[in-house]
Design a protein around this ligand. Structure first.
Ligand code: GDP
Ligand code: GDP
Length: 453
């Protein structure tokens, strides 16, 4: 089987035990045949260029550790990615989008001899929107005569075009110098400064939301949000807890009991959804002394859909006896195993028991929600994991994970690039191990898979 032969001997594909995990990432993008692979090989200093003459031909590797002038970085060849969406071909514009998501610097390669095509234009449209530096590469300038065509690319408004010959090496040093000038020292880090974090306190009627809110606010200062005004909905409250200010969103919805007692379920759920939209983390309040209801589970589902961080708080703990406590443990195991990653706080709004544990739980959940795993560290982890637990063989073929990157935070979203379809069970396995290794307590994580053809 030719495919299989191709896949074997590539075990070094994933960077394992990467020395400096948080290296910045440079992505090489451009339409087929402009010379991306040739350029990648040039940068890696490889004489034996593994370049096919046929456009779109499968290439084996995409993710490399590179070095120039004493600086290390990850180099990504984005050619030939296929989004696994039925019937929808993976467009070059999407390729550019992915590159922008994952890279600290984008090298946009065009063929200077051909000039700008409509496909180039499509990619440019995406690249123009990014805040990250884009370095324009005018390739196939094999001699001085081509420099005029290259200079014409100034009018794209993408800054200086760097004329290079990826094939012969001409100009590649200047190009790399230019890349280093805009390359950050480290890969994308975490956002540092947040204002007051936004909390939605949600739960079905009578679980004790307004009691808890009063308990929390009673101990501190309460300020009605100026922006929201006092009469208009929704009204937020700023509450100081654990030495910092928090914004509890739509507390008017919690305090206005009329609507709830009328049993306006639909309205309540709309309101919950709106509160979640405006929040960063949700505290789902549950009643510890009563069985978990479908309404509780529905609210948890709404939080999951919203992608917000999640803390589960079991209220009315003062009413619990030993028997109910055991029963509750069983209910949690049975009905809440899909959110086993959420921190749990057992409290009593009435007595104030453990109300102070809410803050550390919120902080943990938000820290997870903000987490960004450096690309190198992620791939070192996956390399080890995948080597020990390869994807099961199907029809003599083995899907392999080529590399992964965390495309987003809040919540963390990962994109895994694979050589073939990844089975559901295998994705779940990876998610579980990601959680085990990097924790993500209190945050959902999302994993997307892209298949290379
Ligand atoms: P990709 O599809 O963008 O990765 O392009 P390739 O790297 O596969 O290159 C496509 C074709 O252009 C190949 O035949 C290369 O040999 C050729 N090519 C790449 N760079 C240069 C260059 O600088 N000068 C010339 N003359 N040809 C090049
Ligand atoms: P909301 O509808 O979710 O805002 O619930 P409330 O805060 O209005 O509380 C509903 C009822 O539960 C009220 O009678 C509260 O006094 C009671 N309650 C709230 N928290 C506790 C608690 O921790 N322990 C006990 N025993 N009762 C509580």
């Amino acid at each position: 089987d030719e495919d299989l032969a191709l896949l074997e001997g590539e075990d070094d594909d994933l960077p394992t035990g990467a020395p400096s995990p948080n290296l910045p990432v440079v992505a090489v993008v451009g339409r087929p045949n402009v010379g991306k692979s040739t350029l990648v090989n040039r940068i890696l200093g490889r004489r034996e260029a593994v370049v096919e003459d046929v456009p779109g031909v499968t290439r084996d590797r995409v993710f490399y550790e590179a070095e120039w002038a004493g600086r290390d970085f990850w180099l990504v060849d984005t050619g030939g990615w296929e989004e696994k969406v039925e019937g929808i071909a993976y467009s070059v514009a999407q390729q550019a989008e992915v590159a922008v998501e994952l890279a600290d610097v984008v090298m946009f390669v065009v063929d200077a001899n051909v000039g700008i095509t409509t496909t180039d234009e499509q990619m440019l449209k995406v690249l123009r929107r990014t805040d990250h530096p884009v370095v324009l590469v005018a390739n196939k300038v094999d001699d001085a005569r081509g420099e005029l065509e290259a200079a014409a690319l100034w009018n794209l408004g993408m800054g200086e075009p760097y004329p290079v010959s990826a094939l012969h090496g001409r100009g590649s040093g200047d190009l790399l110098d230019a890349v280093l000038r805009v390359l950050p020292k480290e890969g994308r880090g975490q956002p540092v400064d947040h204002g007051p974090r936004r909390v939605a306190l949600v739960g079905r009627p009578n679980v004790g939301k307004s009691s808890l809110l009063n308990r929390l606010a009673g101990e501190t200062r309460v300020v009605v949000d100026d922006l929201a005004g006092t009469t208009r909905d929704p009204v937020d409250e700023k509450i100081v807890l654990g030495g910092r200010e928090w914004t509890f969103v739509d507390t008017a919805g919690i305090r206005r009991r009329v609507l709830q007692s009328q049993g306006a379920d639909y309205y309540a759920s709309l309101r919950t959804r709106a509160a979640l939209d405006r929040a960063e983390v949700a505290v789902v309040l549950l009643e510890a002394n009563e069985p978990l209801s479908t309404q509780d589970l529905k609210i948890i589902d709404m939080v999951l859909e919203s992608g917000r961080a999640l803390v589960l708080a079991f209220n009315k703990w003062d009413l619990l006896d030993e028997e109910r406590r055991k029963q509750l443990e069983r209910e949690i195991e049975k009905d809440l195993h899909h959110v086993a990653w959420a921190p749990r706080v057992n409290l009593s709004a009435r007595t104030g028991r453990h109300a102070d544990r809410l803050v550390p739980a919120l902080e943990t959940a938000l820290a997870s929600w903000d987490t960004r795993i450096p690309t190198g560290r992620l791939n070192a982890f996956l390399g080890t994991l995948v080597a020990a637990h390869p994807h099961p063989l199907r029809g003599g073929k083995q899907s392999r994970i080529l590399f992964a990157t965390q495309a987003r935070t809040r919540p963390p979203r990962f994109v895994i690039f694979a050589s073939g379809f990844l089975e559901h069970g295998y994705r779940r396995f990876i998610e579980r191990r990601l959680r085990e290794d990097f924790e993500f307590t209190g945050s959902p994580i999302v994993i997307g898979v892209r298949i290379r053809e």
